[in-house]
Every structure is written in structure tokens, then in C-alpha cells.
Design a protein around this ligand. Sequence first.
Ligand code: PEP
Ligand code: MG
Length: 574
Amino acid sequence: MQIMHGVAVNSGLHIGTAKIINPKSYNITHKYISEGQISEEETRFELALHHIEQDILNYLNSSDINESDKDIFRTHMLILQDPDINIRVINGIRDKLYSAAQAVYSTYEEIAKQFQDLENEFFALRVTDYKDIGNRLIAQLLDEVTADVIESDADIVYLMREITPSMVTRLGKNGIKAYCAEKGSLNSHCSILTRALNIVAIVSLPSVMTTVRDGDLLVIDGFDGILTINPDSRTLDYYHQLQNKYISKQAELSLQRDLNSETISGRKIDVRANIELPEELDAIVELGCDGIGLFRTEFLYLNRDKLPSEEEQTEIYRDLLSKMAPQPVTIRTFDLGGDKLSHLLNVGKEDNPNLGNRGIRFSLAHPELFRTQIRAILKASVAGSAKIMFPMVIDAADFIAAKSIVFECMQQFEMDEVAYDHEIPLGVMIEIPSAALCSADLAEVADFFSIGTNDLVQYTLAVDRNNDAVSKYYVQHHPAVLSLIRQTLSNAKAENIPVSICGEMASMPEYIPLFCGMGMRELSVNPNRYFQVKAIIRKCDEKLDEMVQNFDFSSSLKAVEKLIFQDMKAYYDF
Ligand code: PEP
Ligand code: MG
């Protein structure tokens, strides 16, 4: 039996059989570049090298990894830094006008062939190392992870180096209940999707691919992030008992379905659901929640060969709106950008995609794409109660620029006599500190706010939400973040506009009493947490309100932690 510790992405427990997904072997077809693209391809190659070097360094610095695995990674590092190999790749780009991926592919193929020709067992083993590094570089350059076949067997636990949103979707569609990955973080879009599809997962498990073998029995403990490999019978018994307890707790929570989400003092708090994929809709309708507070529409654009048309989008939005009616559906315009969609729109990779052309800036930079989406939402708006929300807005001017595109589309519809909801509310996500700081201005022009804590934390604390190496700095309840939330709430109140929280914090038990105490009237949560959130709201009382109202959020992190993890514990830990 062996134990590994990682980051639990979704609570739950799964016992199953390991299946490792190795990065696929690439067979690249020749694609030549022009002379003008040489330096861009060289830079892409250097960035890919750097990225993988960082990954390997992270593994080597990890305490979870044993010495023999470290040796493998040291060998990989040597291959990656071999100047002879790298100059061969660069020459392939410069002299043969190969794309970076093509140059890597042919260089590493040549090396592998040389070793294979030696017909020696030691060198044959080296081939695997070279192929592995070559494939990792190509995957990085092609922005892919794997195209392996996923079996529909709920017993299987897939293990992989890193997961992508498309892979999470494929696992969900194939009924897979659990996965583990070497890389990953709690608040990445992959993890959000994993929770939405109720898959149990542990990420940030360096060397899991080399520690686990195909066919090993695994226990994925999604409560504490513990992976047990080939458990002994006592451990297995313990986990079976825990699983039964969890199942009965879930059954008990589902009794919340018919109860109001109201605090003890009688304050109704609307609890809505976050949705990423239209496939989740039926399960959300079943919950009987107060609507959809966040539809992440960018998922409609990802992992496709062509952009979704206006008609296709209209159908999806119409279906959502009519099935949820009369409850509202907040459609967030696509939060695309950075490296996403680059293959469809011919936009290059950015060094800092999270600080680059992302969210509303990307939409404003691609007005045709943006208009197509707005027209689709407006056409569908007559089917129910739609709201439009813009992501990554900096300030009121940014919001007004987005709003004016909506007005243009409306004017066109007036001329063409196309029906749409004339009163459709237009709101803004508060997820950049500047938007929170300018929320007084924004509240004058927006119809509602929704606080996106996932990004608000990332930008306030300058910590990449996807980078597990800095995850200890991603402190969601940091006083700086809570002060911005408080400021946003009070500015929204002054203008009498509704405000909701739709980031992952709204689904986390420990933060729900805090938000209730702050006077939040709407939360938009992960559908799998819906009943739990309701149960916690129903525990909140006036004493809690007082405790929060009197708290100074500009005080120390320690004081905040005492408030949340000690003084409020009884409200969420039952
Ligand atoms: C957020 O940033 O909190 C949010 C809800 O948006 P996303 O997670 O999609 O960036
Ligand atoms: Mg966001």
C-alpha cells in the first residue's frame, strides 16, 4: 500500500482501477512556415522548453517524489537542455522552414531512430525518454494533452499528466467517476468543470504517472486529497464505511429540495446554479433552484473545429431560458482570449494570457464574434427571463463600450422587426480589483453585479489561479479580497442594484455564513453543492449578522481566519 497527497478538487470518494493515459505519440504532417514566421516559431519553441523545464523543476522540488523518480526527471532535464538537440530543432525552423512542432518531431524522431538502430537494451530504454520529451514539447506547442480513447467504465480511474476542459467533458460523457493528474489547481476551469460533472478528482500529484501502474486498485479520497494505491484490507474497510456515510449524508441533504433558502431571521437568499455545458441543464432543472446565475458560454466555443453559429447559439440559449422559466438565466458573454481559440481565429499565444486580451477586451477586439453572440441571446430572450453579463470589465467606460454593442444589435432588430426582450438587464462581473474599486461608478450604469471571486482573488493577490506552485498564496478570504467584496456590496446597495457572488467561494461551506452575514441576497453555486448551500443558509441567524457587520475587514488575515474558522464554524460544520 502506498499513499500520496494532492489537492482534492471535488468532495466524494471513489474506489476503482487505475488506467494511465500516456501523452499520445504524434505523427506530424509537414507544414512549412514563411521566412517572416521564423522568429515567432523560434520563440514558441523556447517558451515550450521553458514551460516544461519549469514543470520538471516543480517535480524535482516536490517532497512527494522518490529518488528513483527524481532520476528520471533529472534525465529528462538533461535531454531538454541538451544544446546539440536544441540547435537541431532551431536549424529545422531556420533552414527547412519547419513549424516548431514539425522541427521538434523530426529531430526527436531522428534521435530515436539512431538509438533503435543500436539494438541495445540500455539505449532502447533511452528512446522512451527522448520520445517522452519530444511528445511533451509537441503537446505544448500544439496546445494539446491527449487524444486517447476513453472507455465507458465507471470502475476506471484515469491518471494523466494534466487535464484539459475537453478531457473533463469526455470523462463525464463516458460516465467516468474519478481521475488523478500530476498537475492542476483547485480553481482552474478544469476543476470547476470537474465539480459541475460531479467527478471525484485529486490533482497536483507529482510523479503519480510513474508511481501507479495500470490495474492498481486506487482509493480517491476527494475530502482530504489522499490517493491510496493498493490499500490493505483495513484501509479499504475504513473507506467503504466513509463512502456509506457520505451517501447517507447526501440523501439527507437532498431533503432540502422542498425547503426555502431562508435564514432563521427570515431573509430569503436566492440560490442559483452555475452552468458550463448545456448537458448539465436537465439535472439543474431537477434541483428546483432559483435560476442560473452564471452560464459560462465560452465552453460553447472551445474544443471545436468551427465557431458556433448565431442559429446554434440561439437554440441553446432558448432551450435554457424556456426550461428555467420563470426563473432568470444570467448569460455571461464569452470569456475567451489568451491562448484559447487561437486555432480558430488566428490569434497568437500571449506571454501573460491572464493579463492579455481576455474576456470583454477580447470580445471588443472581435466585434463580429461578439455581435453574433449578442444577437443570439437577444433572439432567445423572449423565451424566458434572460440577463446578460460581461466578464473582465475594468470600469464604467469598459462596460459602456460593451453595452453600446448590445444597443446596436437592438437597433438593428428594431429595423428588422425581430422580437427581443427590451428590458433585458445588463450586468457586470466584478472580478478585477479596479472594477470593485470603481463599483460606485459602475453601479450607476449597470443593472446588476456578480462577483467573480476566482479571478478577483487571482488579480488582487497577484497569484495565478492555475499554478499549483503558488497555490498557498491563493487565499480566498484574504482581508484585501473581503474588503473589495464589502465595498462592492455597499456601492450596489447605494444604487439599489442586485449583487450576487458566482465564484467558487459561494459554493464553499466555510464562506457561506460570511456572505449571508454581509447581507448578500444571491449566490450562484456549483449545482452539486446546491443542497448543502441551502442547508447552511437555513442555519444563519441574527447573531451571525451582528458578528459580521461589526467585523473590521481591513484587519489582519489572522483575525479573519479566527472569525471564519472558529467563531462561525458552527454555522457550516454540522
Ligand atoms: C470568477 O472569476 O470567479 C468567475 C466566476 O469566472 P471564471 O471562473 O469563469 O473565470
Ligand atoms: Mg472569472
